[in-house]
Ligand binder design. Structure first.
Ligand SMILES: Nc1ncnc2c1ncn2[C@@H]1O[C@H](COP(=O)(O)OP(=O)(O)OP(=O)(O)O)[C@@H](O)[C@H]1O
Ligand SMILES: [Mg+2]
Length: 235
């Protein structure tokens, strides 16, 4: 069974009499433990699709499944808890809370779950050590480099041990070396922890880390293609 499945998904935005239809019948299947890269021109609906998979937004029509859960059919109340447990979301600009330390930022999602202080501490330490930042736990975002901030954001995304990680241009704001580090880390999450990854990027180099690239254009997913350096992310 696929880990992420979009069936005939459309998304229509209406604003001031104008209709925008970024997604117009998208079908996508991502297998468990796959690292899929989503590419496409600006405005082609990449972020929109990630948000539908993450249960942040709802399709106008069509259905979205993550594992056995039909995300597009869940109530808002059910979605809140589901999202915390099931999806790790990584953003281009990290979205860390500036007045919280790295440790506190990573702990945040756990506060939404029933979990003891002790268990939270253990989870936070596991996540921070997975991104090699245990030694920076007490630092605030402004005391970290962009690459380190993104690693904290990755720790926050994996701290609840979600099966699916979605990343929206996670290296878009980083220099080449820090970007490579982040991509290696994402590939390791798949390889070592069996995470399923769906990553949006504009960078063909970033796409090389994925096992499969799909293109979104004019509201549709174009047939799957192998990345240039095929399989680098899936070995
Ligand atoms: N909440 C909204 N209300 C109205 N229109 C929206 C909304 N969110 C997105 N759109 C429109 O939907 C289209 C797709 O947006 P989306 O953010 O998914 O594109 P994208 O592929 O992620 O682009 P980029 O590469 O620039 O990030 C755009 O035309 C955008 O203006
Ligand atoms: Mg976007």
């Amino acid at each position: 069974m696929s880990m992420v499945r979009a069936e005939k998904v459309t998304k229509v935005y209406r604003k001031g009499g104008v209709e925008i239809r970024p997604l117009d019948g998208v079908d996508l299947e991502v297998e468990p433990g796959e690292f899929v890269c989503l590419m496409g021109p600006s405005g082609s609906g990449k972020t929109t699709l990630l948000n539908l998979v993450a249960g942040i937004d709802r399709p106008t029509s069509g259905r979205v499944f993550v594992g056995e859960d039909e995300v597009s059919a869940m109530s808002e109340t059910a979605l809140a808890g589901w999202r915390t447990r099931s999806i790790g979301y990584i953003f281009q600009l990290y979205n860390l809370i500036p007045v919280l330390t790295a440790r506190e930022n990573v702990e945040l999602p756990l506060l939404l779950l029933p979990m003891s202080r002790k268990a939270r501490k253990k989870h936070v330490e596991t996540a921070l050590s997975a991104v090699s930042l245990l030694d920076r736990a007490a630092h605030y975002p402004r005391q970290l480099s962009g690459g380190q901030e993104q690693r904290v954001a990755i720790a926050r995304a994996i701290v609840t041990d979600p099966k699916v990680i979605v990343a929206d241009e996670p290296t878009g704001d980083l220099d080449a070396a820090s970007g490579e580090e982040i991509l290696d880390l994402l590939a390791a999450l798949r390889r070592e922890f069996g995470k399923t990854l769906l990553m949006v990027t504009h960078s063909p180099r970033a796409a090389e880390h994925a096992g499969r690239v799909v293109h979104l254009d004019k509201g549709l997913i174009r047939p799957a293609a192998e990345p240039a350096a095929a399989g680098k992310g899936q070995t």
